[in-house]
Design a protein around this ligand. Sequence first.
Ligand SMILES: *Cc1c(COP(=O)(O)O)cnc(C)c1O
Length: 466
Amino acid sequence: MTSAPVSNSTAHWRHLDAEHHLHPFSNTKSLNAEGVRVITHAEGSYVYDSEGNKILDGMSGLWCSQVGHGRHEIVDAISDQLKKLDYYNTFFKTTHPAATELAAAIAEVAPKGMKRVFFTSGGSEAVDTVIRMVRHYWASMGKPEKHIFIARRNAYHGSTVGGASLGGMKPMHAQGGLPIPGIIHVQQPYWWAEGGDMTPEEFGLHAAREVARAIDEAGPENVGAFIGEPIQGAGGVIIPPSTYWPEVQKICRERNVLIVSDEVICGFGRTGEWFGCQYMGVEPDLITFAKGVTSGYFPLGGVIMGERMAEGFIEHGGEFNHGYTYSGHPGGCAAALANLRLMQRENLIGRVKSDIGPYLQERWLKLGDHPLVGEARMIGLIGALELTPDKAKRAKFAQEEGTVGLLCRDFSFREGLVMRAVRDSMILAPPFTLSKQEADELADTALRVLDLTYAELKARDWLKSA
Ligand SMILES: *Cc1c(COP(=O)(O)O)cnc(C)c1O
């Protein structure tokens, strides 16, 4: 037995955490040495820590809180549901009212012709489901050799073996012997870092043609699907040039390759449309979702299947040997239903599209004038700032990649704003309920944080290009 401080204090929780809690995507040794931040409660656009700090939640938790924190009507819906039916499975010729109603509610807001929903507990499971669905579909259609997936480098599709394999994160592939076979990773549509002398529009076409090249090299008869996030989230809020997605769609259609839109972040309003593919002008065959579908009040994810694919899948697929104990958990379904109703009643997606979205975008894009910012970008309520020592050259810092980003993130936390650092860019995705006053506070704080970071870099003589 270890002796822990007994009061409900930061020291007490830090002690327990350091002794017993292994954190996701964390270096336990350095985290324990530094001491973890303890978030004790949340309300609206803010989270509060055990030291009494009030912090503007610029990341919606982890891209989840579309409707903001502390919405009791969702909590009550979960509680009412669990009192009535805490759990039952959806495997053996059974269902329950909340699962049926949620599937229908999602079909109602999904892109045209997408009306069948498979439930999972989160995004990674949804992505794994896609791997099995696509391969089973093509096998059922008499084309079992169409098993290869085309994905992008620096994509994020979750942390399960399948999800991390489809993802293009090198540090993830480096642990656990990934990726699994049958996946080809191609160039991402990241103009700022990889566009060279091309215009963004030229580069969008160039990156799309990399998809064509990969399919043709593998042979279209061997390729089952292309998967991409409409906007890469965890990779650094990478908004593709407008030419990219339409060209990718054309390429995939011509080669009879299915399109999977991983909407775990973009889905349910983040771009100002219900789904990011609608913003990008693409009609996918499969959509994965999670996160914002419940605003994070309960874990739930899933896959929406389009009719083109559903016909063959249902007619010729037989039994699909796949499912999760918590596929369609009553609590998750109740949370999602209440969340969707709330978004509709308060017209929150309309607000992202034509009210708070444009309002914050205007202030955010102005941060692009700061000497440290090479590019400020934002669509709907998802954005990024590229930090650079030399705007004109779109240069990287001489310091190891990520050093400056972390410095900036620490200033941001200290100043009361959650921004996340990805490499040396700062990313943002606030709740849809953000008020204009909060948007002003957000932009003012971000500017202050940039000034602090800039001064610190100057003092350290770190404003040098690699
Ligand atoms: C977060 C995320 C996932 C994984 O979802 P989990 O719920 O964490 O398993 C998959 N794809 C994208 C695009 C994501 O952002």
